[in-house]
Design a protein around this ligand. Structure first.
Ligand code: IPM
Ligand code: MN
Length: 362
């Protein structure tokens, strides 16, 4: 298969982890005879530094022309505590999502058996966790009208949703549930918010076309509690933009490291694949960031194009690194292995899964 991939490493540890995902995609090309063409472009704080905008037009057009976008991370602390900053790195990602129409953000939360001991939660609670969050990504409070009065003393952000925005992601979530354990939980705040009541109405109606899927509702505050009390009760969670942002970070701690979780953002035409973690600026350039979330994002990219065997080879190579303890220090404080080392190990195991490659023997 020929694929054009736009590569947007971004800020902080983004470039380091994306480099490892690229090693893995190249290993897939070699092993399965594909031909992927990569083109890199600027986004985020580094784009502001170079081109004074977090999403240069050239980056956006590269992404539009590409079959998929492989994204690193975005954000820089120099913007975080400056309320007067008018240009922020995050705007680059938000605009990219909106412009590419990436309305569904898919975030799987699955616990690797070899890492249960890393979880801050008890083993009995964590084991068996396997759910996926469908987070609406181009609507809601993130994109509603923003206001600040002249005196700078009153501010507001509008949370608005249309039936169309709800139904297109609801269909994706129901289809996912149908192919999984047939359970869908809508997370909302329908006891308070009008927009949530619309979500319930639309999702309930759509649910009638998926009679094999059991539909439940949970208020977001209760959901926040249930996700750490009993995560294995969930199969597919469907929710709006900001609730999804919050509960997916919560979900990410279940498995022991946020450095393991990948995501796909899809729309009718484009797909963007990125780790759910941020730019982790303190770790930048230190070769300690966990590359697995970025590598698993590349696996989701392959699955998006129906390359299931290829994605499986990537996932098995990741499993092997975890089983053999070829991991970064976030997973084992005593680990001697760095970002690049772990990337090499995983890429090598994609090329030849028979070969018991062990970096210690080098
Ligand atoms: C995420 C991030 C983004 C979001 C930020 C960087 C704008 O937290 O992808 O979850 O809030 O969506
Ligand atoms: Mn987030």
């Amino acid at each position: 298969m020929n694929l054009k991939i736009a590569v947007l490493p971004g800020d902080g540890i983004g470039p380091e982890v994306v480099a490892q995902a690229l090693k893995c995609l190249q290993a897939v090309e070699e092993t399965f005879n594909h031909n992927f063409a990569y083109k890199e472009a600027a986004v985020g704080a580094m784009a502001i530094d170079k081109k004074r905008t977090p999403l240069p037009d050239s980056t956006l057009s590269l992404c539009r022309e590409a079959d998929a976008v492989l994204f690193g991370a975005i954000g820089d602390p120099k913007y975080d505590n400056d309320p007067s900053a008018t240009v922020r790195p995050e705007q680059g990602l938000l605009k990219l999502r909106k412009e590419l129409g990436l309305f569904a953000n898919i975030r799987p939360v699955k616990v690797f058996p070899s890492l249960i001991k890393n979880s801050p939660l008890k083993k009995e609670i964590v084991s068996g966790t396997d759910f996926v969050i469908y987070r609406e990504l181009t609507g809601g409070i993130y994109f509603g009208e923003k206001k600040l009065n002249k005196a700078g003393t009153i501010a507001s952000d509008l949370c608005e949703y249309s039936e169309k925005e709800i139904s297109r992601i609801a269909h994706l979530a129901f289809k996912a549930a149908k192919s999984r354990r047939k359970k869908l939980t809508l997370v909302d705040k329908a006891n308070v918010l009008e927009s949530s009541r619309l979500w319930r109405k639309v999702v309930t109606r759509i649910g009638e076309s998926y009679p094999e899927v059991q539909l439940d509702f949970l208020f977001v505050d209760n959901a926040a509690m249930q996700i750490i009390l009993n995560p294995s009760q969930f199969d597919v969670i469907l929710t709006e933009n900001m609730f999804g942002d919050i509960i997916s970070d919560e979900g990410s701690v279940i498995g022991g490291s946020i450095g393991l979780l990948a995501s796909a953002s899809v729309g009718d035409e484009n797909g963007l694949f990125e780790p759910i973690h941020g730019s982790y600026p303190q770790a930048r350039g230190k070769d300690i960031a966990n590359p697995i979330a970025s590598i698993l994002s590349a696996a989701m990219l392959l699955e998006h194009f129906g390359l299931y065997e290829e994605a499986m080879a990537v996932r098995q190579a990741v499993d092997k690194s975890l089983e053999k303890g070829i991991v970064t220090p976030d997973l084992n404080a005593k680990s001697q292995y760095g970002t690049s080392h772990v990337g090499d190990f995983i890429a090598h195991n994609i090329v030849d899964s028979e070969d018991d490659f062990n970096m210690n023997d080098e």
